[in-house]
Design a protein around this ligand. Structure first.
Ligand code: SAM
Length: 270
């Protein structure tokens, strides 16, 4: 892959927008290979920055949609992108962006991004509301966040993010990216994760909102037993009847256990 001009001399990286720009061409190539873009695919980049991923993607795709909040960068991208293809930049906050508007019937979205660390978890939750429009997502995030996303029960990192994400998506932890691949170098290691919305849920969920409240509630009180945390909603016998030990702590429960608890609770959890 050839070198791309993605280092304008005069842009000062903005901390408030979580700007850490990728500069290591080997890592960039590795990420592009993992995304495996194909012409005519509907790829949308969140936070194109100085174009480190956008230009190689554009070169392959010919056209790319991107959502960027920083106006100065948009100006630079507009000046420099034309030689690689058609970059359509949507100026705004990805946390509020309606991704549905970019999906087409036969072209679901493939989302990619080296996400700003400060908004990565809320952004992932925002994206869960567009799952029907999404084919897959490849994101660079703090390693610790990717570990939580892909964590198995009975581990320290298994929590709300693991359950919510794994309920809706297959999560693949792909590889780590060292801090020195970025300018400025962040304080932490990053990782690339691939998320693919599940075609079928593991089991029927009567009330997805209730599920999300339940998961939230039990992990807020991670050290308490399920019986204690849910005492206003389920009796010990109710919990036992689901095949779950009332004395279990939340990190020992499987995704199916969370669904069973959620389906068994009649009153709204607040
Ligand atoms: N993709 C580039 C790269 O890999 O070098 C830049 C990555 S940098 C970590 C994050 C990018 O997201 C920056 O361009 C930043 O301006 C942009 N950004 C930050 N907050 C955003 C938001 N709420 N909505 C959209 N873009 C945002």
């Amino acid at each position: 892959m050839s070198a791309y001009k993605n280092s304008p001399d005069n842009h000062q990286a903005r901390k408030r927008f979580g700007q850490n720009f990728l500069h290591d061409q080997n890592i960039i190539n590795k990420i592009i290979r993992a995304i495996n873009p194909k012409t005519s695919q509907n790829i949308v980049e969140i936070g194109p920055g100085q174009g480190a991923l956008s230009y190689p993607l554009l070169d392959i795709l010919g056209q790319l949609n991107a959502v960027e909040i920083d106006r100065d960068l948009i100006q630079l991208l507009n000046q420099q992108s034309a030689r690689y293809g058609k970059l359509i930049i949507h100026e705004g906050d990805a946390l509020k962006f309606d991704f549905h508007q970019l999906a087409h019937a036969n072209h679901k979205l493939r989302l990619v991004g080296n996400l700003p660390y400060n908004i990565s978890t809320p952004l992932i939750f925002h994206l869960l509301s567009f799952l029907g429009d999404i084919e897959d997502m490849h994101f660079m995030l703090q390693k610790e966040v990717v570990q939580r996303m892909s964590a198995e029960p009975n581990t320290k990192t298994f929590g709300r993010l693991s359950v919510m994400l794994q309920w809706y998506c297959d999560v693949d932890y792909l590889f780590d990216i060292p801090a020195n691949a970025f300018t400025p170098a962040p304080k932490v290691v990053s990782s690339l994760v691939r998320l693919r919305p599940k075609a079928e849920p593991l089991t029927v969920l009567n009330n997805p909102l209730q599920f999300s409240r339940l998961v939230n509630r039990v992990f807020q009180q991670r050290r308490k037993t399920v019986r204690n945390t849910l005492k206003n909603y389920l009796t010990e016998d109710n919990i036992q009847a689901l095949g779950i030990a009332p004395t279990a702590r939340p990190e020992t429960l499987s995704l199916i256990d969370f669904a069973a608890l959620s389906n068994a609770i009649k009153d709204d959890i607040h």
